[in-house]
Design a binder for this molecule. Sequence first.
Ligand SMILES: [Zn+2]
Length: 358
Amino acid sequence: MYYAPFPNKQINIPYLLKIGNGKIKKIGKYLTDKNLNNAVIYWSEGMQALLGDKLYPGLSDNNVSIVHEQDIQFINIEEITKVTFNLPKATDVILGIGGGKALDFAKFSAHLLKIPFVSVPTSTSNDGFCSPNSSLIVNGKRKTVKASIPFGVVVDLDIIKESPQICLYSGIGDMVSKITALYDWKQAAEKKLDRYNDFASLMSYNSLTLLFNKHSTDINAESFQRSLVNSLLTSGIAMEIAGSSRPASGSEHLISHGLDAISKRPRMHGLQVGIATYLCALLQNNPSTSGLRDILTATGFFAYVQQDPLSKEEFIKALQMAPSIKSNFYTILSEKDSFARALQILDQDPILNQLIRY
Ligand SMILES: [Zn+2]
């Protein structure tokens, strides 16, 4: 397959980037500073009751009007389109506040109208809050749909601190996936099966070292959470630069997609991805495997997942379907002997034995 070496593409980055304490109160000021005065707000369920009192005064003090707001429960592409094209004409910015669905909804809605989207994640469960894609329901199936990278990202660390532990562990799992994703990408490029981008790869790699070089692995420490946010955010931008999800998604994500498709009870994205990353690192003989094992142990990720192990039967099914989930997408799982080797590792590795059981 031929890939143009220099794709003619404009790269967007967030123009508004605020990470710190009490940031939600300042959103009104951030918006007027950018001449954005008529906001639509999409909330994750329950978030308006929890955060409205912190957000609203800052908006009114800065003369930002809310022209429409609603809770988001569904992410069907038809529904988003309908809601979006019924928004008031004055709308000049869209805010998504909450977890996955509200952000996916808001990102795609803003993309349709070609107006700025400001992403306000209330947890760090995956890298979606700053990625150029939305995960939506299209014809009844969950699909990754191209959208635009957020114009703004505002992360209030006081809110992140209050988010459930599972979200932090999921964020860690999604973050470490770059270890195996970058390896897969490099191999694919060496086999001339994909285009490589040195800068995106470097960014993605650096975002890993941000967290790996931290002295504290206490996930409740603010400094750790700040690094996790930085790291997830950087990988979103690396995807924008690469023009694909390659810098942050490889074999490990394929296994997680497989689990989403067949599991009776799929776990949170980053938990599945984190487990699969460890397996794929072993398959790849990845040089970072021991570092990966250390961080997943020290942060308590393995111990957390162990409390509710995955079904081995389902995991093997997901592993079997993984290589065919994306077409023209080489990963370690495309190798003929990978499936048999993976089964062997699943049987023999003492950590995986605790995470994936009958
Ligand atoms: Zn992910």
